[in-house]
Design a protein around this ligand. Structure first.
Ligand code: CP3
Length: 360
């Protein structure tokens, strides 16, 4: 993450945030406090989010820079988290490229014409950077307003995007996706290569506008065996992560149910590996190996269990994070949930978690 003094001057608007706890922890330094943020902190449980979004469809919101800016800032103001995450969605670059899809409240992304054949894959539109100009504009506004708080940009990884495109919507078993993967590997690789390019273009647009870190969400990769992940998915995610390495910002790589994949997800080129709640952080540290940071891993459902339970779990996770750093060569610990904030979560509990982590 160092910059080469001989490199040509860059026009990057990226802020210089040498003290930001999240960036320090990700790089293996000693942060002034343990950093904490929450996946899906923007939106979901906040009444001020529901108020400002009322009457605007989710995807329309994502292309409205003032609304993106406001929703992204809300959890930073309310909770004092150590990072903002851009309010957007993993299907935004697909929509921007011209794919007919909607986000249906309570369901998730729904694709009008699922992608299932070689001809479907060949017909997929390419994403041009100007098609996500509204997202870049929101990023520029945000870096002007965030002070010292880092802004995390993000994108969906090729496998998770492919699952939505092939299934046509959310899926429990990913059976059509796996059917394509096993029956026609050539078309599968063509699809993932296309999506890797889309994802790279989307992340580059955010990086060029000034985001301070990126997270690649491979939310559903945990549906795969390690062998299949390595052969059919990892090379495409690795290409995305390599293509943004020159930005010099932390690259976070996360999926749900990925206990068996953590080492491979780190090898794909992550600086920080996200861990869900199914394995302890000190065990995750051994699977990931030394030289990377870890993010996680409070079960979002624990936030419903009353403060004693929450405080106990946060304490355990902080201790396991310290063990990872002290004994397993982990660079740092970014406290987070093991998956996104659930919609019915009491926002005050999130604020108390931030206070507890910061005072520990
Ligand atoms: C799989 C996935 C999606 N979107 C995303 C993922 C990967 C993360 C994960 O695993 O949870 C990523 C995402 N989606 C959203 C963000 C915003 C930033 C943040 O707060 O983390 C992020 C990082 C906003 C959103 N994306 C969505 C909402 C809810 C829309 C609303 O408020 O009407 C928000 C705030 C819609 C969405 N979009 C998607 C789902 C499953 C849903 C939920 C559907 C529902 O239950 O209503 C696809």
């Amino acid at each position: 993450m160092s910059t080469d003094a001989s490199a040509p001057a860059t026009t990057s608007p990226r802020r210089h945030l040498p003290e930001a706890p999240l960036l320090v922890a990700a790089a293996g330094g000693t942060p002034s406090r343990t950093p904490v943020w929450f996946m899906r902190q923007a939106g979901r449980s906040l009444p001020e989010y529901r108020a400002v979004r009322a009457g605007t469809a989710m995807l329309d919101s994502c292309f409205t820079p003032d609304l993106v800016t406001e929703v992204t800032l809300q959890p930073v103001r309310r909770h004092g988290v150590d990072a903002a995450i851009l309010f957007s969605d993993i299907v935004v670059p697909l929509k921007a490229a011209g794919i007919d899809l909607e986000i249906v409240p309570g369901t998730g992304p729904v694709i009008a014409n699922p992608v299932r054949t070689a001809a479907d894959v060949a017909a997929l539109p390419r994403l041009e950077p100007e098609q996500v100009a509204a997202v870049a504009q929101a990023v520029r506004q945000l870096v002007g307003e965030l002070g010292d708080t880092p802004l995390i940009g993000f994108a969906g990884a090729p496998f998770t995007l492919a699952s939505y495109l092939v299934e046509g919507g959310p899926s429990r078993n990913h059976e059509r996706t796996k059917a394509l993967m096993y029956s026609d590997p050539q078309t599968w690789h063509a699809l993932l290569a296309h999506l890797a390019e889309t994802t790279t273009t989307f992340l580059r647009a955010q990086l060029d506008a000034g985001v301070d870190a990126v997270q690649l969400f491979d939310s559903w990769a945990g549906a795969l065996s390690l062998a299949d992940y390595r052969e059919l998915v990892l090379p495409h995610s690795a290409r995305v992560l390599a293509a943004v390495a020159d930005a010099g910002v932390p690259r976070i790589h996360f999926g749900v149910g990925t206990g068996e994949l953590l080492g491979a997800m780190g090898e794909a080129g992550a600086d920080v590996v996200g861990v869900d709640w199914r394995i302890p952080l000190d065990v995750a540290a051994q699977r990931v190996g030394p030289g990377k940071a870890l993010q996680g891993n409070l079960d979002p459902a624990v936030l419903f269990a009353g403060w004693d339970a929450v405080a106990g779990e946060v304490g355990r996770i902080l201790a396991e994070g310290r063990t990872a750093v002290a004994e397993h060569g982990t660079l740092g610990h970014l406290v987070n949930l093991g998956h996104g904030v659930l919609p019915e979560t009491d926002p005050d509990v999130l604020t108390r978690v931030v206070e507890l982590v910061h005072s520990s």
